[in-house]
Each structure stands twice: as structure tokens, then as C-alpha cells.
Design a binder for this molecule. Structure first.
Ligand code: C2E
Ligand code: SIN
Ligand code: SIN
Ligand code: FE
Ligand code: FE
Length: 513
């Protein structure tokens, strides 16, 4: 059995997971003798197996069978006559189905009229068939038994194969799942797949509660949705989904147990770390094929991915805190207890939003901003804390904080650190080329550093420094305006002037101790 379970996945990547399964067992009869078709149909016509009728399809030669199967493989079984256009046409066909078509699932029953041409022992050994019947010996009772056995075997194979398929996709997807939107896309595809596998017409939802800190969202997150519940929203509360359904889902979270009635199944799942999720499956026709164990397979695997994501977020949170702690420690060497590093992060964020930069970039900028002065860690305290003007030599040393910060951070390959390295390196460059350490000019200066430059000066002038008093707000505004096209990029100065109060407000929100 292991042979088909672990066979390579078909490469038809365009396959639609939501393909509706036809509610028949389709059986192919391949025989050049019309009377065999008639007898088979007569015997099997009214059979119903596992709640489905049979549909018999007739072809009369190996050639016809190949033509049909090349287009349509949706058969659970085939009866194959051995002698048709040649003495071994049936055997060749079996070989073609298994080796060329690579269909390992279809159950193949070989039927022979002349036992001598294809001895049972040899054929079953050498050809990948599932049963062998001599036509004379194939009574109607035996035929029905054979079909039952074949269909059950086929059903089990498909179940295993599809479960493994779904499982593999789940596992593969964890490698590059970074964002909740990707998770939703994937989760929905897997959910569609699951419903197809369970062979039910349904709309479904998979909801996770509160376990991931994506954008500090605290609501019920829609991880997957299918059918009529397909929703743009990532949040159950704000979605268009029926209030009754929302209530049922909330109740399930509260009761922490499965619930089902004729219309729906609601599974409740928890991982080891108490992350909880709910799988809501609404039945649109019958639910007799519903398999709780497959729902469980889905929910537990998606929950594991979620857990992986929240661990990842945990790591990010830790890194963010570490950045702040280190940056504040550096800042504190200048003797002030200052929220400067946090404020410049927020000021950069405002600029990023006004410039309509991409959200991931703004998020990264916000994380990296506190690192801009990290190079001051290498500046001697007596210079850093000098209350008056710096002399020429001290000033030389002070200016090295830009390059030494870039150097410190250049050792990391993490994108936040690389961004931090650029901020450190270039945050004292001036738009007109008069800055340091490189004397870059205009757009030679990375955008993030141009933003950092104006954010840094704006916040520094409004803060207590050992070498200067706090400036009046009006004076700060006037100074920044005077540096339009000199120290600062003109369009950033314009943004600053236009939204002046938003920037000023940051200090009220994040005051120094
Ligand atoms: P910082 O304290 O973080 O200051 C950042 C930037 O704010 C300065 O970059 C400068 O562009 C602006 N800034 C700060 N104070 C004033 C001011 O009184 N007037 C004006 N027009 N701009 C001001 P800059 O000049 O490249 O200085 C880099 C760092 O060097 C400063 O970082 C500070 O740590 C140190 N520094 C600069 N001037 C002095 C000083 O006179 N005495 C001491 N002890 N340190 C100084
Ligand atoms: C972006 O936010 O899309 C990129 C910003 C930049 O570095 O130009
Ligand atoms: C540096 O500034 O030295 C490294 C940052 C970069 O430009 O990529
Ligand atoms: Fe600096
Ligand atoms: Fe600074």
C-alpha cells in the first residue's frame, strides 16, 4: 500500500481544490464483447454502495480506453478484458494505466474469457491489478462482492492520499508563511480541499482567537473561509458574516467543546499553549459523510502553523524590546533620561504614512529608528557629556558615531539591522551635501536617512540636552523651515509644516521622565 501513499505529487498545480465531487461511483467496463457490458450493467444497475449509486461507462478496446482515460480519470474501478484488439491488449492497458497514466488509485479487475492466454498466478504477480476473474466463474453475486470490495479499497486509498496531500501542503506552507494574509489564502485552500475530501457541499470558516499579536489585534481572526463565507475581512466581528453564526462561534469558544446539529458542525481545538481555534462547517445538503477526524486533522495542523507564527512574533517582540533597551542605554550615556529613541520612531512613522510608503517598510523603519545613534556607544563619556561647545578634536571624534554605528550593525544580516545601519551611517547627511560622514547630496541619501535626519533634529531640539536648553516650539518650526533644501529634503519640510501639530503631539504622548 505504501506505494501509492508516497508516490510523487502530481504536478498539475492548476488543479482546483474546490472541484465538486460527483456523487456516483464511476466504473469503467473495457471489453470487446457487448454482452459482457449488458450483463454487468444488469447485475450492478441498482446497487448502491456507501450511499452512492454506480455509473457504468463502456468502452470496447484498449485504444478507446486510453483515449477516455487520458481525458477523464474519475473512475474508482475498471473491469479489463484481456483479449481485445490483441491477445494482450488488456494487460498492456493495465501497464499503461499504472506506468504512463500513473494512476495508482483506480482498482483494476482483470476479466478473461480464455484462461490459457493469461494465467492467474503469472498475471497477478507481474501486473499491478487488484483482482482477477474468469468470465465463466464471475457470477452476479461475486461481481457485486468484487465491486463492494473495490470501491471500499478505493475510498480508503483516496482518503489516505488526500489527507496526506492536505497535510503535506500544511507542512510545506509553514516555511514561507510570514503574514496573516498568506495564512488566510493557504488556510482557505486547505479548507476547500478538506471539504472536497469529505465530499460535502458546505461553506466553512476557521477562526482563531487572540493568540497572535498581528497589529495588536485582539479579536477573533478569520484564518480560512470558503463558500458563502468568503470574506475580505480578517476579523470575525467586523465581517459581513451572519450574526447567528458569529454567536454560535463565540459560544463554542466559551464552552470549549464541539457542537453539531443537522445544519452544522463546530469543532473546538486547543494547542498545547492554549491557543484556541474554532472550525465552523455548515452543511448545504447532506452531512452523512462528515468525518470528524478529518476536521481534526485540518484544525490541529493549521493550529500548529499558527503557533509557529505566534512564536515568531514573540521573537520579534523580544528583538524590538532589546533594540529599545540598548538604544536607551546609549542615549542615557548622554546623561538624560530620555524617550528620544521612542519618539523618533513615531516621528518616522508619521513621515512614512504621509509619504504613503508601504506598511512593511514603515514597520521596519519604526523598529530600526532607535538604532540611529548606536555609534555613540564608542564615544568617550567626557565628550558625550560635555556641557559646552565641542572643540575641533572632540567634534571630529563625535562625528565618528555615524560610521561606527553603521559598522556595528553591518555585522548583522537581518533586514531591520541593515536598515538601522543605513540610518546610523547617513542620518547626519544634509540635503545640500554639507553633512557628514560622506557628504552625500539629495537623493543619494537613502530616503529612510532623510526622514531620520529631520525626525532626529526636530526631537533633539525639543529635548533637554547637556549642551543645550530646550527650544520653544515656534523656534523649532522656524529653524526646520529655514533648513528646507539645506539640511532637509524640501518635501519632508513641507510635510512637517503642514502636519506640525501631529509632530508636536508626539512629545505629549511620549514625554521624558
Ligand atoms: P544629538 O544631541 O542627538 O543631536 C542631533 C542633531 O540635532 C545634531 O546633529 C544637530 O543637527 C541638531 N542639534 C542639536 N542641538 C542643536 C543646536 O543647539 N542647534 C542646532 N541648530 N542644531 C542642533 P549634530 O550637530 O551632527 O550633532 C551630533 C551629535 O553631536 C549630537 O547628537 C550631540 O551628541 C553631539 N553634539 C553636537 N553639538 C554638541 C555640543 O555643542 N556639545 C556637546 N557636548 N555635544 C554636541
Ligand atoms: C517603500 O516603502 O516602498 C520603499 C521606500 C524606499 O526605500 O524608497
Ligand atoms: C552602511 O551604511 O555602512 C551599510 C548600510 C547600507 O548602505 O546598506
Ligand atoms: Fe546622531
Ligand atoms: Fe538622535
Amino acid at each position: 500500500m505504501s506505494k501509492f501513499i508516497f508516490k510523487d505529487e502530481p504536478t498539475d498545480s492548476g488543479r482546483q481544490p474546490a472541484k465538486k465531487v460527483v456523487k456516483y461511483w464511476r466504473i469503467l467496463i473495457i471489453d470487446d464483447d457487448e454482452s459482457v457490458h449488458q450483463v454487468t450493467k444488469l447485475v450492478l444497475a441498482d446497487s448502491e454502495i456507501e450511499g452512492r449509486k454506480l455509473k457504468l461507462v463502456s468502452v470496447y478496446s484498449k485504444k478507446e480506453a486510453i483515449e477516455l482515460l487520458s481525458e477523464d480519470q474519475d473512475f474508482c474501478m475498471a473491469f479489463v478484458d484481456v483479449v481485445m484488439e490483441t491477445d494482450h491488449a488488456g494487460l498492456e492497458l493495465v501497464e499503461w494505466i499504472r506506468q504512463e497514466l500513473k494512476n495508482q488509485s483506480i482498482r483494476l479487475v482483470l476479466r478473461t474469457g480464455q484462461a490459457g492466454t493469461a494465467p492467474e498466478a503469472k498475471v497477478i504477480k507481474e501486473f499491478d491489478i487488484n483482482d482477477y476473474k474468469e468470465k465463466t466463474d464471475f457470477t452476479s453475486g461475486k461481481m457485486v462482492t468484487t465491486v463492494y470490495a473495490g470501491i471500499r479499497a478505493y475510498r480508503d486509498i483516496m482518503t489516505i492520499q488526500r489527507s496526506l496531500d492536505a497535510f503535506k501542503r500544511l507542512i510545506n506552507a509553514t516555511h514561507n508563511l510570514l503574514q496573516v494574509n498568506q495564512l488566510k489564502q493557504f488556510g482557505s485552500a486547505a479548507l476547500n480541499h478538506l471539504l472536497t475530501l469529505m465530499d460535502i457541499d458546505s461553506s466553512a470558516l476557521y477562526i482563531a482567537r487572540n493568540q497572535i499579536d498581528f497589529n495588536q489585534e485582539t479579536s477573533n481572526m478569520i484564518i480560512a473561509c470558503t463558500g458563502k463565507y468568503v470574506s475580505e475581512s480578517n476579523c470575525l466581528e467586523s465581517s459581513q458574516i451572519d450574526n447567528d453564526v458569529k454567536k454560535l462561534i463565540s459560544k463554542t469558544f466559551e464552552r470549549k467543546s464541539h457542537y453539531s446539529d443537522e445544519g452544522c458542525f463546530i469543532g473546538y481545538y486547543e494547542t498545547a499553549t492554549n491557543a484556541s481555534s474554532v472550525l465552523y462547517i455548515e452543511f448545504e445538503d447532506d452531512n452523512e459523510n462528515f468525518r470528524t477526524n478529518l476536521a481534526e486533522l485540518y484544525a490541529t495542523n493549521v493550529a500548529l502553523i499558527l503557533e509557529g507564527l505566534s512564536n515568531k512574533n514573540e521573537i520579534e517582540r523580544t528583538q524590538k524590546e532589546l533594540i529599545n533597551i540598548v538604544s536607551e542605554a546609549v542615549e542615557a550615556r548622554g546623561k538624560e533620561n530620555s524617550a528620544h529613541v521612542q519618539r523618533v520612531a513615531s516621528i518616522c512613522e508619521i513621515f512614512g504614512n504621509k509619504l504613503e510608503l508601504s506598511q512593511p517598510f514603515i514597520d521596519a523603519l519604526k523598529l530600526a529608528a532607535p538604532l540611529h545613534d548606536i555609534g555613540k556607544i564608542a564615544i568617550p563619556e567626557h565628550i558625550l557629556q560635555k556641557s559646552g561647545e565641542l572643540n575641533a578634536e572632540e567634534w571630529q571624534i563625535m562625528q565618528t558615531h555615524a560610521e561606527s554605528g553603521a559598522h556595528l550593525l553591518s555585522k548583522s544580516t537581518a533586514s531591520i539591522s541593515k536598515l538601522g545601519a543605513r540610518l546610523a551611517h547617513y542620518h547626519h547627511e544634509n540635503w545640500d551635501g554639507s553633512g557628514y560622514p560622506e557628504g552625500l547630496c539629495g537623493e543619494e541619501i537613502p530616503l529612510e536617512a532623510r526622514i531620520m535626519a529631520i525626525a532626529d533634529v526636530f526631537d533633539t531640539l525639543g529635548s533637554k540636552r547637556c549642551y543645550q536648553e530646550i527650544w520653544q516650539d515656534d523656534n523649532i518650526k522656524e529653524f526646520i523651515a529655514s533648513q528646507r533644501g539645506k539640511k532637509f529634503e524640501p518635501r519632508l519640510v513641507d510635510i512637517f509644516i503642514e502636519h506640525y501639530h501631529e509632530f508636536i503631539n508626539i512629545r505629549a504622548l511620549m514625554p521624558d521622565d
